[in-house]
Design a protein around this ligand. Structure first.
Ligand code: ADP
Ligand code: MG
Length: 699
């Protein structure tokens, strides 16, 4: 029977426990991954694919290949190099391959006996004794002719507690039932036809189980029509939901912040500098919103260093001057503390205390901050997103400032709104981001926000000079680091992205730090990487900020927005592998003081024509918007990068930049749904946005 329009998605609600092999324990683990319904499983989409459909000959392997090999064990031994490791030498008659394990059990070691035949899958790397695989998947085979896979193997994201194999089995079941149960194609037929994209079921089957002859490079680049079909639907779900959210927000009431005490004007007058024209414009837009009864939801977008924080501080002063409270949320402890310092410097002279909520604070101190905030004694409070999510009570919260929007996605925005609604009162929201995205993209990704742009840097900055050098000139670069440190300056060294796992990346960073420390005996070298506990990371960052560390070696985890004006040199390894926006963001860590700064982009030769052009864009311009525009053009020109730009919104398949050509149609389709089928928007949100069921509820 056809579903009625009034109950969208009703038949889609089949709990995962309906599948064979899913008991209470597994259901609970799946629930933690956000998978409750059978259809949720189908929308966990592969992040990449492996080709296990053919065996490679060991003699024909090359670094970087991810492939299946089979051979006989020649030797297994434990060696001690820096750390204990297990090495197994495999041969198939055409050559040798080393398997390297850092974590292994005694049983595992015994299981890898000489003479045994193994089939392994992993990434081929260059090792000290020729080619190797680190922690390959492997299993024993007894017979050469055992079957290989007949479809490409999907790799799913974020499956903590559920193995890839288990997930594949469950998804297989869900796929087999696709025709009889479950997933409905919500998009009107004419729309799909006009886009020349496949129906939902075909698309799902294809992306989960691509046939053997599927073109891996098209899939990796996310350009297959099946992926485009899903991307379109996802973008539509987000965009339409955000537009509904905006409509709904307009019906709520916020306090009009008149600033009777005149604190905002006093702050502006007391600043040691004059606002740039662009800051003044953005501020005027913010202030007009704050004076109205409609809750502001405004994004202030501006390149690194353009001075967004002071605009936020003036808005906060306006809230305080109206007798109400403002809160600033930062993505990390370190940034929270940095903002707290700036706010104190500007606002305390006006008689406004600023509280800091920190995760490292002793419980008592924290409790007393919470009390002063709850009583209204303190009007301004700074902390991390996480801290604000832990149920803090405000006496009269009128303004929420969120720094670095790209870590603050749709879900968080939704949650914040819900919170305001529960209090019966709606705070204004000011969101700051340095992610420069072109206008059409912004209109889709931030459809619920009004946007102000600060497109001018404060005067007196010396633009960062960027040079592009091949890896072979690393020695010269190291000499330059030495020079800078001798001159009393500080340096960032950003490590390569080439490693697959965070584990290997962190290890590479450790090795780089050790090598640099050896090459530069007079320099104090520090390290931050993704495997360090966050307290350790903060400790290293603070030491760098305080000047106790001169050279900071880091993976790309280094904080957005950290301000160390004395850092004047940044070296980025394997720059050719990074997104242009990311390079630009990283580079924004230098050039923050009066001293001239340099950014060295190291690349590994040979460089493709396109890679050369991309680095050239970053070398030539310091304008984040220009870089984003050129990035779009160059990627649009067909570079198969295969990476999703996840920063902007929490998207699963779509990539705002790669799929930019879909956006005009997404906007049209959203308009059509809002006018004619708002119920479909609810069903799409429930499918695509975690916690998105709530979007459907309008007003
Ligand atoms: P971002 O936009 O990257 O967050 P910040 O707000 O951290 O930038 O500002 C960078 C630096 O510029 C800060 O030290 C800030 O005090 C300073 N600054 C901000 N506005 C101006 C201005 N109009 N003139 C001079 N310096 C400014
Ligand atoms: Mg900032």
């Amino acid at each position: 029977m056809a579903e009625t329009a009034r109950s969208p998605g009703a038949s889609e609600r089949r709990p995962v426990t309906a599948l064979r092999g899913v008991g209470a324990a597994l259901a609970e683990r799946l629930r933690r991954l956000g998978i409750e319904q059978v259809q949720d499983l189908l929308f966990v989409l592969p992040v990449r694919y492996d080709d296990r459909t053919t065996l490679s000959r060991i003699g024909e392997l090359a670094p970087g290949m991810r492939t299946l090999v089979q051979g006989e064990i020649q030797l297994t031994e434990t060696v001690y190099r820096r750390r204990r490791q297990l090495l197994t030498r495999l041969s198939d008659g055409s050559g040798f391959l080393t398997l390297r394990f850092f974590h292994f059990s005694a049983a595992q070691q015994e299981g890898l006996a000489r003479g045994m035949r193994l089939r392994c899958f992993g990434e081929v790397r260059r090792g000290p004794q020729g080619l190797e695989m680190v922690h390959p998947e492997y299993r024993r085979v007894t017979d050469q002719s055992q079957a290989v896979e007949d479809t490409l193997t999907p790799l799913y994201p974020l499956t903590e507690g559920v193995t890839q194999g288990r997930l594949r089995m469950l998804i297989d079941q869900a796929l087999r039932e696709l025709d009889t149960a479950g997933v409905r194609d919500w998009l009107p037929r004419e729309l799909i036809d006009s886009l020349a994209l496949p129906p939902l079921r075909d698309a799902l089957r294809y992306v989960h189980r691509p046939p053997k002859d599927a073109r891996l490079e098209v899939l990796s680049a996310g350009r297959h029509p099946a992926q485009r079909r899903l991307a379109f639907e996802e973008l539509l779900a987000h965009h339409a939901s955000l537009r509904l959210l905006k409509q709904a927000a307009r019906t709520d009431l916020a306090p009009a912040l008149e600033d009777e005490a005149g604190l905002a004007a006093r702050l502006v007058a007391s600043l040691p500098f004059q606002l740039t024209g662009a800051q003044a414009r953005a501020l005027a837009e913010v202030e007009a919103d704050l004076r109205s009864l409609v809750p502001m939801v405004r994004l202030v977008q501006g390149d690194v260093g353009c001075g967004k924080t002071v605009v936020a501080a003036i808005a906060a002063a306006r809230a305080a001057g109206s007798g109400r409270q403002a809160a600033l949320m930062a993505p990390t402890e370190l940034l929270a503390e940095q903002h707290w310092r700036s706010f104190r410097e500007w606002l305390e002279p006006l008689g406004l205390p600023v509280a800091l909520l920190s995760g490292t604070q002793p419980a008592r101190a924290r409790r007393s901050v919470l009390e002063t905030v709850a009583s209204g004694e303190v009007r301004l409070v700074v902390g991390t997103h996480a801290l604000f999510q832990e149920g803090i009570e405000f006496a009269d919260l009128a303004l929420v400032i969120v720094d670095e929007q790209h870590r603050f996605g749709v879900q968080q925005r939704l949650r914040l709104q819900e919170k305001g609604r529960k209090l019966g009162r709606f705070p204004h929201q000011l969101i700051m981001t340095a992610t420069p995205i072109p206008r059409t993209l912004a209109m889709t990704a931030y459809a619920d926000l009004d946007i102000s742009v600060i497109d001018e840097l404060p005067p007196g900055r010396t633009p960062v000079q960027t040079v592009v050098l091949p890896q072979q000139r690393r020695d010269q670069v190291v000499a330059r680091v030495d020079q800078a440190c001798r001159a009393g300056r500080q340096v960032y060294w950003v490590c390569p992205l080439i490693e697959e796992s965070e584990e290997l990346r962190s290890q590479a960073a450790e090795e780089t730090a050790a090598a640099l420390a050896a090459a530069l005996p007079d320099v104090d070298v520090g390290l931050v990487h993704g495997r360090m506990p966050s307290a350790k990371k903060d400790e290293a960052m603070l030491a760098f900020k305080a000047g106790r560390i001169q050279l900071l070696v880091a993976t790309t985890v280094i904080e957005v927005g950290v301000d160390v004006p004395n850092a004047t040199l940044m070296v980025i390894e394997n720059a050719e592998r990074m997104g242009l926006a990311q390079l630009h963001q990283l580079r924004g860590r230098v050039g923050r003081g009066a001293q001239a700064s340099t950014c060295v982009l190291l690349y590994r030769a040979p460089l493709s024509q396109l890679a050369r052009e991309r680095l050239e864009v970053v070398r030539r311009t310091n304008d984040g918007f220009e870089i984003a525009r050129r990035d779009l053009e160059l990627r649009g020109a067909g570079e198969l990068l295969g990476t999703r730009q996840t920063g902007l919104a929490q998207l699963r398949v779509a990539d705002l930049i790669r799929d930019a050509d879909l956006l005009p149609r997404v906007q049209e389709a959203a308009q059509m749904l809002i006018e004619r089928h708002p119920d479909i928007i609810a069903a799409l949100s429930a499918r695509w946005i975690a916690g998105g069921e709530q979007y459907g509820r309008v007003g």
